[in-house]
Design a protein around this ligand. Structure first.
Ligand code: NI
Length: 256
């Protein structure tokens, strides 16, 4: 009897160990599986949450989404409503680096930018070269632009693009002290020079990388070519697997 009961205890122990090992094994497989889905392609925790959510909501096996931000400078203008309608129709979002003077003269368009889920950001009051201004004048200009955008749209923006992209140590330091996020670009379409819609399309869509910022213009002159190019720009970026988001969203995704 003694040997039989101790045999039973030993076999129970062995069974318990086997069960524990198998359970741990399954757990490890599940865990490593999850890691390989998100860890390979996604650099941050925030992004992996997004991709998991998208994977759950989508029934099709899709490639991981890449993100790009189209930005429009020097508006709002009479071209902006056409641009907004294209964005809305194509399911894309953009960021508008607006001039304070233009927000004043096109206030309902400025509100439409925001109401349709786009980002409104700052590009100075009337496009003066900041490298030629004193720090005090830079501060006054940024504050004036920020105030009119806030008064008009309710958005208090701290995203700023210097006019002409012109900057020096003084400009950088002054903007930093004001807690402004200085935003430049990765892809310049040079659409303001009116090179033709096909050139604008090519420059906006070639060799685009995840997290890139594309520069276009909705103000400052005739923007018919920009408007004509935009639907194809969006279609091609979508076909390349990009989702068109705002600059703010690129930050939230950890891509800037
Ligand atoms: Ni500009």
């Amino acid at each position: 009897m003694k040997t039989r009961s101790s045999y039973r205890i030993i076999s129970l122990c062995v069974a318990a160990i086997v069960v524990a090992l198998v359970t741990a094994g399954i757990g490890a497989v599940e865990l490593s599986g999850r890691r390989s889905i998100t860890g390979k392609t996604r650099p941050t925790l925030k992004v992996s949450r997004v991709s998991v959510a998208q994977a759950k909501s989508s029934t099709k096996a899709k490639k991981p989404t890449k993100y790009v931000a189209i930005t429009f400078d020097d508006g709002p203008s009479n071209y902006t409503p056409r641009i907004l309608s294209i964005l809305k129709k194509k399911g894309a979002k953009a960021t508008f680096f607006t001039l304070g003077s233009q927000v004043k003269s096109h206030s309902s368009t400025a509100r439409r930018i925001v109401n349709e889920g786009n980002q409104i950001a700052l590009h100075s009051y009337n496009h003066r070269d900041f490298t030629k201004l004193s720090a005090a004048k830079i501060r006054a200009d940024v504050n004036r632009t920020r105030a009119i955008v806030k008064r008009t749209t309710g958005v208090d923006s701290n995203y700023f693009r210097p006019p002409y992209g012109a900057q020096n140590r003084k400009v950088t330091k002054t903007l930093k002290a004001m807690h402004m996020r200085k935003i430049l670009w990765d892809k310049d379409t040079r659409d303001w020079a009116r090179p033709g819609a096909s050139k604008i399309i090519a420059r906006a869509t070639k060799k685009v990388k995840n997290g890139d910022i594309i520069l276009m213009h909705d103000g400052g002159g005739n923007r018919n070519q920009t408007v004509r190019a935009l639907p194809t720009v969006i279609d091609r970026l979508h076909a390349q697997g990009f989702e068109l988001v705002t600059v703010q969203e690129l930050y939230k995704l950890g891509l800037r």
